[in-house]
Ligand binder design. Sequence first.
Ligand code: SAM
Ligand code: SF4
Ligand code: SF4
Length: 334
Amino acid sequence: MGGATSCLKDAFGRSITYLRLSVTDRCNLRCFYCMPQADFNWMPPEEILRFEEIVQLTRVLAGLGVGKIRFTGGEPLVRKDIVKLISDVNQLEGVHETCITTNGVLLEDLAGELYHAGLRHLNISLDTLRPERFSEITGRDFFHRVWSGIEECISLGFSPIKINFVMMKGKNDDEIVDFARLSLRYPVDVRFIEFMPIGKHSKWGKNHFLSSDDAKGMIEKAVGILEPVSRGKEAGPAEMFTLPGGQGKIGFISPLSHRFCSKCNRIRVTADGRLRLCLFSDVEIDLRQVLRKGVSDSELSHFFTETVLKKPARYLKNKQDVPSCDRQMSSIGG
Ligand code: SAM
Ligand code: SF4
Ligand code: SF4
């Protein structure tokens, strides 16, 4: 493939520049809102995309202008070849940003290798600073490991480091202000994410929902005025702010209260190789089958160019409906 010469556009003129790639459905945590707590099976290994398949699909997408690749899961760091995969994808022509979304449990062990592999952008999911509550939410007693991992990444110089906090009324909303203050003390961006109803067995309920506007109000009352940060061309769905004296920024991601479909630039590939053109649409395209037929790069490029035209303008429900989907978040990747 040549460089990022052409551009992947959907039927509504949106340029697709960002791939969220789930590399495994496995996870070393069991967050109650993301994974079924019992009676579930991991995907059989032969169904998971192989190393070479991932490299081919990212190479072809990068050639079409998809220059930002996020590795997610399940927990991406439990995949055994993840460091080499990131390193190889990082070196592909047209890839200008690789990022990872991780629960942080394995960062203590892997941060150095990841840095060496060229990774700089880290999103770390953390919904509480209280060790006991961490165990309640995630089913595992790993808070201190995650926190040491974050400290290790700060000292190694990863940047940006974004801490993602899912807001759940009655579960962790009493920590919103504490999390906002992390951006004063550390060079990290803290992003507040609205809880979404994802997965057939979702624990979402209106009583657990807290909007970004509610959180902004709580932070401004306790800490100070949130100063908006101007949005660059490549800005994602987060609305960004700073607090007076902040080292990092504060962001709000509001899939439910403020919809950002008209600027959507992303596609997703699940661990078992299904292409999802919209988070909330359960229409999936079997990319793995295409890859396993032994397609050439130019055939695959043609496949993406055609398929992306099926990306919906927005999730297909009525505007007033709460969006949802059947597949669980741990196999989509967020
Ligand atoms: N295991 C990694 C992690 O936790 O960062 C990556 C995969 S996880 C599915 C990606 C992100 O999705 C996490 O930040 C998690 O908090 C978020 N997430 C999972 N279920 C969610 C839900 N129902 N609503 C909002 N965010 C959710
Ligand atoms: Fe695992 Fe991430 Fe889901 Fe938690 S949110 S269960 S860490 S995949
Ligand atoms: Fe994009 Fe679908 Fe999310 Fe809208 S709901 S921003 S179209 S992925």
